[in-house]
Write a protein that binds this ligand. Structure first.
Ligand code: ATP
Length: 234
């Protein structure tokens, strides 16, 4: 479904991605793990059209989306749930969710998806009129996830959804992401929480300073000596 080939990206003199290749098959939950600064967020930004490719190609569902702007990428069915949640703090929960559907023109479908999001996250339903900035970190993360789902995407890109959340909320959030995939939406998940991501995923890539150094099933990476030593505490 998503195929990245030899992608090179950077910022000024920094080359953040030095020719990475990644494949995400339809229906899979694929994790991209690695340390701080490895280039995980840059990979997602490149897919979304927020960072230009210097070379290489990104294909999605048969289309070449290399160099497409973010609106067009969303139009192809890729939603981005960014790091730090980035909800609109002054807007209400309901308005934030409506923003997720801004490119859609099917009111009945939008209403059905809104009901589904509220069903999945009852806290958001209870707080639908409240401004998003007053929500807890966990609630804001759920709102960011709900907003991404309101686009009815084929693929969702999650950037560090566990960042800054309490452990019990992290667990619930990973369960929600697994459920999103199990219900038919393909997922590319970026995480520093390597163990949780590797346990959750169908397939994983390890990124180190802009290069993919390992790929395989989550269980294979969990038992890899290098991964254990460098990312899982031995
Ligand atoms: P993190 O978990 O910290 O987000 P990451 O693996 O997602 O890490 P990136 O954010 O993709 O890493 O960063 C990759 C490299 O690009 C790093 O060297 C980083 O310093 C650099 N970088 C990221 N964003 C910018 C920017 N806006 N301007 C300049 N350099 C940047």
């Amino acid at each position: 479904m998503l195929e990245i080939r030899d992608l090179v990206c950077g910022y000024g003199h920094v080359t953040a991605l030095k020719g990475i290749s990644i494949e995400v098959r339809e229906g899979q939950l694929v994790a991209l793990v690695g340390a701080n600064g490895a280039g995980k967020s840059t990979t997602l930004r490149a897919i979304s059209g927020l960072v230009p490719a210097r070379s290489g190609a990104i294909r999605f569902a048969g289309h070449d989306i290399t160099g497409s702007d973010p609106r067009r990428v969303l139009g192809h069915g890729i939603a981005h749930c960014p790091e730090g949640r980035r909800v609109f703090p002054q807007m209400s929960v309901a308005e934030n969710l409506a923003m997720g559907a801004y490119q859609r023109r099917d009111p009945a479908g939008i209403a059905a998806d809104l009901a589904r999001v509220y069903g999945e996250f009852p806290r958001l339903a209870e707080r639908r009129g409240q401004s998003a900035g007053t929500l807890s970190g966990g609630e804001q993360q759920m709102l960011a996830i709900g907003r991404a789902l309101m686009a009815r995407p084929k693929l969702v890109l999650f950037d560090e959804p566990s960042l800054g959340l309490a452990p019990n909320i992290v667990e619930r959030m990973f369960a929600v992401i697994r459920a999103i995939c199990d219900k038919g939406t393909t997922v590319l998940l970026v995480e520093q929480n390597a163990f949780a991501a590797l346990e959750l995923c169908d397939y994983a890539y390890l990124l180190e300073t802009g290069r993919i150094v390992l790929a395989g099933q989550g269980s294979t990476l969990i038992s890899n000596p290098h991964v254990r030593k460098a990312y899982l505490g031995g």
